[in-house]
Design a protein around this ligand. Structure first.
Ligand code: NAD
Length: 296
């Protein structure tokens, strides 16, 4: 039976560390601040944004909450970001995705100053990650790496198979794992990979990030593999007051019987994502403070 990785516990520790560093900055008169831009009223996005803002406040940081109607013009968002880039009281800028269809996501993300790109989605951040240079790391892949490290799951020499090649999870995670100091061998699977099990059965560490409930069944997992479930899927459940419940991409009970480690959904990777966001905001505020000290 697998050890269940308690993402809430590890995230709590990271959030405490972020709060500690925030308190140190506050003594110098600086309050780390994240501007959060939400366009439209997608219920899942509202819930994510509320969760992030609650976590910021709990860590002693500030959140600048910017909510815009779904029909906001792209130019208005670009001009808003331009103002936030120049605002010295703002250390991070987060644009909640997805954006309404008439807005070009890539243009909006590229408008954020890379020094405030705490989501790590800007092309400069992505390039730095690929090149192994310092820069903001996307929060979900970073959170996964922290869980592997904290649970002492060896990544050096391990074969990691990632199901999903998105720019926010699969690709940055693969680049992170390829860094020399982590030294994993990585296979990234996607909708064109064909027989997914052919790859996943070879994984020492399997990361499911496809957004498909029940995608990973026990027969697709090697005995003793560590399984990280990133997926968040709503499935209908009449017994739940909301009428649905959240599940991952992994058939949890059957896979847990075979794996060495497994993350639950909820309570696994999700809390880590928010914790790593808080850390990125503090890092950004610390860097801005250092830069200001050097200039003065
Ligand atoms: P996405 O839709 O952008 O990408 C999904 C990827 O999965 C694609 O690259 C696609 O090629 C691949 N895929 C789909 N079906 C597949 C299949 N049958 N076999 C192999 N690959 C397949 O999604 P995303 O934004 O990367 O998110 C993935 C999942 O992770 C979603 O459920 C999302 O809600 C969740 N998520 C969770 C967190 C968290 O904090 N826990 C953060 C981000 C995303």
């Amino acid at each position: 039976m697998a050890i269940i990785i308690d993402g809430r516990e590890w995230a709590g520790k990271k959030r405490e560390a972020a709060a500690f560093r925030t308190a140190a900055l506050k003594k110098r008169g600086i309050v780390p601040c994240l501007a959060v831009i939400l366009v439209g009223d997608n219920p899942a996005s509202i819930s994510y944004v509320n969760g992030k803002e609650r976590a910021l406040l709990e860590a002693g940081m500030k959140s600048r909450d910017i909510r815009l109607p779904a029909d906001t013009a792209e130019e208005e968002i670009l001009s808003l970001i331009s103002g936030l880039n120049k605002d010295r009281l703002v250390h991070g800028i987060l644009v909640q995705l997805p954006l309404p269809g008439h807005i070009q996501k890539d243009q909006v993300i590229a408008a954020i100053d890379p020094a405030k790109d705490v989501d790590g989605f800007h092309p400069v951040s992505a390039g730095n990650l690929i090149l192994g240079r310092p820069g903001f790391i996307p929060c979900t892949p970073h959170g996964i790496l922290v869980l592997l490290e904290e649970m002492k799951i060896p990544s050096a020499g391990a074969h990691v198979v990632v199901a999903g090649r998105s720019s926010i999870v699969g690709k940055p995670l693969a680049n992170l794992l390829l860094k020399k100091e982590i030294n994993a061998t990585v296979t990234v699977c996607h909708t064109g990979s064909g027989d997914l099990g052919r790859y996943t059965r070879q994984a020492d560490i399997l990361v499911a990030a496809a957004g498909k409930a029940g995608l990973i069944t026990a027969d697709m997992v090697k005995e003793g593999a560590a399984v990280i479930d990133v997926g968040i899927n709503r499935i209908s459940d009449e017994r739940s007051p909301k009428g649905y419940r959240l599940v991952g991409d992994v058939d949890f009970d059957a896979v847990a019987a075979k794996a060495s480690y497994i993350t639950p959904v909820p309570g696994g990777v999700g809390p880590m994502t928010i914790a790593m966001l808080l850390l990125n905001v503090v890092i950004s505020a610390e860097a801005a403070t250092e830069a200001a000290t050097e200039i003065s």
